[in-house]
Design a protein around this ligand. Sequence first.
Ligand code: GLN
Length: 716
Amino acid sequence: MNPRARIACLAADAARWGTTRLLHRGGGNAPGAVALRLDPGIIGALGDALERSVVVTGTNGKTTTTGLAADALGSRGERVVCNRAGNNMESGIAAALVGARSERPRVGCFECDELYTVRVLPRLRPRALVLLNLFRDQLDRYGEIDHTQDVIAEALRRSPQTAIAYNADDPLCASIAARVDNAGVPFGIDEPTGLEADRISDSRFCAKCNAPLDYEYVHYGQLGKYRCPKCGWRRPELAFAAVNVSLTCGGYEFDVEDRRGEKPVRHHVTTRYNGLYMVYNVMAALVACVLGGGSVSRFQEVLDAYEPASGRGKTYQLDGGYSVVSNLAKNPTGFNRMIAQVRAEDGHYVALFLNDNDADGHDVSWIWDIDLERLHDLSDLRCVFVGGTRREDMAVRVKYAELGAPIELIDGVEDALRFVGAGERLHVIANYTAFPPVVAELGRLEQSWHAPALTVTSEAVSMVEHAAPTPVALDRPLRIVHLYPDALNLYGDGGNIASLSKRCEWRGIPCRVDQVLMGQELDLSDADVVLLGGGADRDQLAVCHELQGQREKLAAYVEAGGVLLAICGGYQLLGHYYMMGDERVEGLHVLDIETTAGATRLIGNVAIESPVCDAPIVGFENHAGRTLLGAGEKPLGRALVHGTGNNGEDGGEGVLHEGVVGTYLHGPILPKNPGVTDWLLARALRRRGVTAELPALNDDLERIAHDVAMRIATHR
Ligand code: GLN
């Protein structure tokens, strides 16, 4: 080791001693940060001493896969250095290397945050990067998924000898492998698994030509066997394939076929885990072990002995026969997987914890992309509890899912248990920073909690009630048209549809929602409300081509005073153009606005004052585009937060043009701002000859969620 690295290590040791002994904190990142400050090349210096290493990245499953792979790599007694606690930034990896150096490990197995791969890979030069999947997650930190892909591709380019073992079922991963020269090792599930497809997929378009992909089958999210009908790009041939996947009473059983040689080699695997995502994680760990030079002969043993990190998927047995299952889910796909588990067990009580701290992302709009409505299947859901710093937002989300069970705001698990029937089971799903406090509390409850003599019956728990509506007479239902939800759906746009349709339903206004998907004929002749959602640059490009042919119809609809809500990407598309660097996304020229992508993104909570409703409109913005309004256009409102809005400069946000509301606010905007929903509905009804005022609804939950968002927007 060079002298600089040696000094950095000593300083890191001191920092570790300080944080653990004096401050009584886990020394996860701090020693690494100190070491990196003194020697930015420390990962390379210590990594060079390793004989071989692998790095695991991707949105979901990193910690589990890394832990399992590390155990497998060490199954013959090799010393393996691993950042097991999940500190996955550069500093976490440096800290693990520094901390383990005296044991002289020969093998490294590291979990790495997607955006840090570009800093870690070139220094560590691992044998393989295992890429698990890419889903929307913390978009306020990552920007759009394209950016994450660019970073990972760059990391691989700067470490050319590193092979990329990737989930080929995920087109977002496969397209990275297709862009780089590194050796590729595709893995996937090579047969249909019969799962119900999720509503939101993060990739519908071909990475090569932008045409919508065809799927032979989908497992979940965008994972499946896909092919582009236009250019022929398809899921690569699998080097490792899971086959004969079957659900047993205790988990999944399958074979991983290593197809790299002449004759495939099969490894049979039995798991105690019943989520299909675990098939991917386990297979990825096996692949990591093979590529990292380990032996798979003991893989099953390792898997049997594996304890998932800190409380994930753990069942806690409490006094009085109560039990609590704790699960972590950080994004819609993760949540959907956990919801599938609650359904598999036909749960009665569910607690959802949502935080919006830095590590979670400040934007909670993704909760509207969760398929919470699937809990309708439960035979007897008795109560849904919501906790965390943004529990009010989750309460509104649950309300619009209309699960028929009361919603209870709680401070912690113990709070929820008061309402849980004697000896029953509670399913907890918590996001990133909400999870450790839940686990800590459960640990305490396991030791010292005493079951209450009486639980509060669900009748006594608050239930959102609406007065029985007086039906509104319309010659035909109000027609809500959701344009291209398969492409423009980046920030929970489904929530806007839910707000529009539920608020009609609760008032006895007949309504129907029609989705127009990419490639389908657009008919706006009897549309009453049209919605265009937000999208990533790439998706916008695909929609722009699609929309050009429909321009006249949309322009005529707007001209005739039609009601249209356009969010972010959809809003930009209504203007003349969106310039992304040199690339021009042709707009529809329906509004006199122009957008140019800036070098930075405008990201954060926003509040605006608008003539549309009394309360300020709250939401979250995340866009590169800077929009300028032409002389004849008026903004939707005035930004109450400096530096936000259309361009961060003129204080205007969105556009209000007859019946058109264009805005950068998502969140999604309508559920938390029912005044905006009602403005749109009232206007649409007026066009249909209904002039009576809309009856008031019980908006208590919306109001408290609004107030929380307002406080955050104006105080953070
Ligand atoms: N891709 C566009 C931008 O970054 C729109 C993003 C969005 O829909 N929020 O400006």
